[in-house]
Design a protein around this ligand. Structure first.
Ligand code: FE2
Ligand code: FE2
Length: 137
């Protein structure tokens, strides 16, 4: 501890201006930072890393469900496209999860680069668009 978090939430670039979704994005980032911290510490065993990966994945699924429900509630026209992007991300994550099971019980740095890029690019690119479509609050 004492080190800067792997990925810091920045409202200026990462807010989608929908409070509930901002809250879930912050939780995703926090969970990813927690996993990264245990990875860097170097003393986490396979079972612990697997548990953290699965908790993260479960919350990603929950978040996507909430987000898709929200988009439907505001009649967001690109919901179908956005759902496909979510499906694709889950497939890529599932592949990485399988690679972890087949591997030596450690996580590759590439996994964290992927997660960081994925969270940042998806929130700023795809998620921000429904924020623009959201009714004025
Ligand atoms: Fe999304
Ligand atoms: Fe999102």
């Amino acid at each position: 501890m004492g080190e800067a978090a792997f990925f810091v939430w920045d409202p200026n670039t990462l807010s989608v201006h929908v409070d509930s979704m901002d809250g879930e994005h912050q939780k995703l980032i926090k969970m990813m930072n927690g996993l990264h911290e245990r990875h860097v510490a170097g003393d986490a065993d396979r079972a612990e890393l697997a548990r953290l990966l699965d908790e993260f994945a479960a919350f990603v699924v929950e978040h996507f469900t909430h987000e898709e429900r929200y988009m439907a509630s505001i009649d967001y026209p690109d919901l179908g496209k956005h759902k496909k992007v979510h499906e694709n991300l889950l497939e890529r994550f599932a592949t990485m999860r399988q690679e972890f099971d087949a591997g030596d019980g450690t996580l590759p740095d590439s996994l964290f680069q992927f997660l960081k890029f994925w969270l940042s690019a998806h929130i700023r690119g795809v998620d921000a668009k429904y924020g623009h479509h959201a009714p004025v609050r």
